[in-house]
Design a protein around this ligand. Structure first.
Ligand SMILES: [Zn+2]
Length: 165
């Protein structure tokens, strides 16, 4: 479970990333997940193999919204990037200049996208239903989901307030 989101803590190293985008760091390429899976096979440790697969899926999912540095060879994030167009990516400074805080551009794109919100709700329902049916004794784990949800929504409304000033 932890391996499915651990790579996003690379956001604390954003300042070392190209364009200060943490998705351009090696931690957001397929390389770490392949190493973890390989180590899982070497040590014959099933939990580690599953951890690597979850990490791998995270990186693939990140190609859908903003793109990511999939093979760690790219100069720009790759993927189908449903939330940002090539034109916006090429002229990013121009778009960011419309906001007081750069993050607000990305935040607004995400929260005004109906598909993003619909997917959030659908995944939440699937998560709750599968945990209740198959692993009710682990229901307390959803506390981490609600902590993450609170963090992201608080950030969203904080940014909205700053931009409205
Ligand atoms: Zn990520």
């Amino acid at each position: 479970m932890v391996f499915s989101f651990i790579c996003d803590f690379d956001v604390f190293f954003s300042k070392y990333a190209k364009d200060h985008n943490h998705r351009m760091l090696i931690t957001h390429s397929l390389i770490p997940s392949l190493i973890i899976i390989l180590l899982g096979f070497i040590f014959n440790w099933l939990a580690l193999i599953f951890s690597g697969i979850l990490y791998f899926i995270h990186i693939l999912v990140d190609t859908f919204d903003w793109g990511t540095n999939l093979f760690f060879l790219h100069k720009k994030p790759v993927g189908i990037k449903t939330l940002i167009s090539e034109e916006e990516l090429e002229n990013l400074p121009k778009y960011l200049a419309n906001y007081k805080h750069d993050e607000s551009f990305f935040d607004e794109k995400y929260y005004t996208n109906k598909a993003s919100i619909a997917i959030e709700i659908i995944l939440f329902v699937i998560m709750m239903v599968t945990i209740i049916i198959f692993a009710l004794e682990y229901i307390f784990i959803t506390i981490f989901y609600f902590m993450g949800l609170y963090f992201h929504l608080a950030r969203h409304f904080h940014l909205k307030k700053l931009e409205a000033r």
